[in-house]
Design a protein around this ligand. Structure first.
Ligand code: IMP
Ligand code: MG
Length: 194
């Protein structure tokens, strides 16, 4: 069996999109002032210091490259935590079953949560993670994924921040793997096995 790689999203395209996503995320979480706070701040030239906490949750292992670049491009203060849920294993098709292998280290109660994922395919992974995290009383949960395969969706998932829509192709690189290989590639490539 031979593996062919065809570059689909180049390194500089990824970097540019990550910057844009970070700006959108910063804008989304920028402290919103009430009318009375705005009036007070106008009078005293102060900014609101009561910002709510944000925790960025990376789904291991595919999101690590993306999360590392995204967090460094963000200005909004945040914690970082990680979770491992089961995914495809060494297959290129989804099982539709997801279980928590490694849970978060910290509580998300009373915090805003931004889940960062490498790719959304059938939607089962994020749907399950969302359902679980909603039970822990966060202030809000938003989703950010680098790659979206809309034609493969089996469950509806609302993704607020999306990097790239792609067709139904199996891709590797920039964190994404096939049988734990290719995660280190600095670009995203389509993998074809002959
Ligand atoms: P979903 O549960 O079907 O949405 O699958 C999400 C997970 O499947 C991702 O976190 C990846 O681990 C894996 N996955 C889906 N498509 C690909 C791909 O094209 N390349 C590598 N991994 C993929
Ligand atoms: Mg994954």
């Amino acid at each position: 069996m031979t593996a062919n790689l065809r570059v689909m999203i180049a390194t500089d395209q990824i970097a540019a999109r990550v910057q844009q996503l970070a700006q959108q995320i910063d804008a989304h979480y920028a402290p919103r002032q009430t009318a009375s706070e705005t009036a007070t701040n106008d009078a005293h030239c102060e900014t609101n210091t009561t910002a709510e906490k944000l925790v960025v949750v990376g789904l291991l292992r595919g999101s690590v490259m993306f999360l590392a670049d995204l967090c460094r491009a963000m200005h909004h203060p945040h914690e970082i935590d990680f979770m491992t849920v089961s995914s495809y294993g060494n297959q290129t098709i989804s099982s539709g079953e997801v279980k928590v292998v490694k849970d978060l280290d910290s509580s998300i109660a009373g915090k805003h949560v931004l889940i960062v994922e490498d790719i959304i395919d059938t939607g089962h992974t994020l749907n399950n993670v969302l359902q679980l995290l909603h039970t822990r009383e966060p202030l809000s949960i938003s989703l950010c994924c680098l790659i979206n395969k809309p034609s493969r969706r089996q469950v509806q998932v609302n993704v607020q921040f999306k990097g790239f829509d792609i067709a139904d192709r199996f891709i590797v690189g920039y964190g994404l793997d096939y049988a734990e290989q290719y995660r280190h590639l600095p670009y995203i490539a389509e993998l074809q096995l002959d």
